[in-house]
Write a protein that binds this ligand. Structure first.
Ligand code: ZN
Length: 136
């Protein structure tokens, strides 16, 4: 098994909470011209993916009333829910975050959408933005 090349941290996707995909999908797809890309639903959300260069915009519509996205939309309204960074070394980055006093939501990576390993960092220690980490 070969080691994947180190590419440096980049934005993998931006998760945007919406009340209904149809409300905003036409803007991203038809006005901005971002191609739609199929994604699995995850974490109680219906997800529409749109390719923006090497990054994705993920529109997250609540699929269940008690899902994290439903709670977010109820409390704050639609808007940016999280930013996901792709890192070369997920465990190493989590260890660095912990050592820096960042509050981890996931102490160890878990399996998220598309079978990728992910971990979340708490917004209270990242300038108010929920941060998701994933790897290549
Ligand atoms: Zn995400």
């Amino acid at each position: 098994m070969s080691t994947p090349p180190r590419r440096g941290t980049r934005i993998a996707h931006i998760g945007i909470a919406v009340r209904a995909l149809d409300d905003v999908l036409p803007f991203y797809r038809d006005v901005l011209g971002l191609p739609e890309t199929p994604l699995d639903d995850a974490d109680g959300a219906r997800i529409a993916g749109l390719a923006a260069g090497d990054s994705l915009v993920e529109l997250l519509q609540p699929a269940a009333a008690d899902s994290p996205i439903a709670t977010f939309v109820d409390r704050k309204g639609p808007g940016i829910h999280h930013v996901c960074f792709c890192v070369d070394d997920l465990e190493g980055t989590l260890a660095k975050a912990k050592a820096a006093g960042i509050t981890l939501i996931d102490d160890t990576p878990r399996i998220g959408a598309e079978g990728k390993r992910i971990a979340f960092l708490h917004p209270k220690s990242t300038g108010g933005v929920l941060i998701e980490l994933t790897e290549y």
